[in-house]
Design a protein around this ligand. Structure first.
Ligand code: ZN
Length: 244
């Protein structure tokens, strides 16, 4: 089974469209939250995911957009953007977000936005935090997002190893339990502006599972123009050029 893993799309439709045209043939699409917030096209992104039959979870920005999650800890730009998002989303987007689970489980996979022990808010920022989360899910693999950084944490011989997800890198999971982050489609923060996503390939034998980190160029100018047109904070548009 081949699964496309997308996270933190953040209402960036040009980035999502570039990923969709880059996708190899896959059996499923999983989306790890923060589908809206920051970017200019929340409704268009949601209808695109609905058309793809994506299996999504709730992120902090998604919850804040419909008033389910408190935005008091958001920085000023994020808060301005979430207020704009809350006014802009239509009934379909609102209803879609309201049905999203915080945790999704299927077979060998658990999916969350932040971490399995705190799905909405915790950032898995390093091997120590990843190790502290190993007991908080009981499947072999856990997909997560939230940090906007592509990385794989594998449990090997009682400790956790982190590997940065360089573009084009295919990680062999070698049957280990692992926490896997594809990076961000719509607002990468690892110093590269290309949209990030990943392909998880499982074929029934855990020893040969792979997780491939992929990047794809998209029309950043178009997203930035739209953001300025609707009055979203300039810094949120500018950062897309730098991947920070
Ligand atoms: Zn995010």
């Amino acid at each position: 089974m081949r699964i496309a893993v997308l996270s933190d799309i953040h209402a960036n439709l040009p980035a999502l469209e570039a990923v969709v045209s880059d996708l190899p043939s896959v059996d499923q699409v999983w989306v790890l939250g923060d589908t809206v917030g920051y970017g200019p096209q929340p409704n268009e992104v949601i209808t695109t995911l609905q058309a793809m039959g994506a299996r999504a979870v709730l992120g902090n920005h998604d919850g804040a957009a419909i008033g389910m999650v408190d935005a008091k800890d958001f920085n000023p730009d994020a808060r301005t953007a979430i207020e704009w998002t809350a006014e802009t989303i239509d009934a379909n987007t609102r209803a879609y977000i309201a049905t999203l689970p915080e945790v999704r489980r299927d077979g060998d996979l658990t999916a969350v936005h932040g971490s399995p022990r705190d799905p909405i808010w915790e950032y898995i920022t390093g091997p120590d935090v990843a190790a502290a989360n190993l007991d908080a899910f009981d499947t072999r693999l856990c997909l997560f997002g939230h940090t906007h950084l592509p990385v794989a944490y594998r449990a090997v011989d009682g400790r956790v190893e982190g590997t940065h997800g360089l573009p084009g890198k295919t990680m062999r999971l070698n049957g280990a339990r692992a926490l896997l982050n594809p990076g961000s489609v719509g607002q990468p923060r690892d110093g590269m502006s290309d949209a990030a996503y990943a392909i998880l390939d499982t074929n029934g034998n855990p020893d040969t599972d792979t997780f491939e980190f992929r990047r794809v160029r998209y029309d950043i100018d178009r997203t930035q123009r739209l953001m300025r047109e609707v009055g979203l904070p300039g810094r949120l548009a500018e950062r897309l050029s730098y991947g920070r």
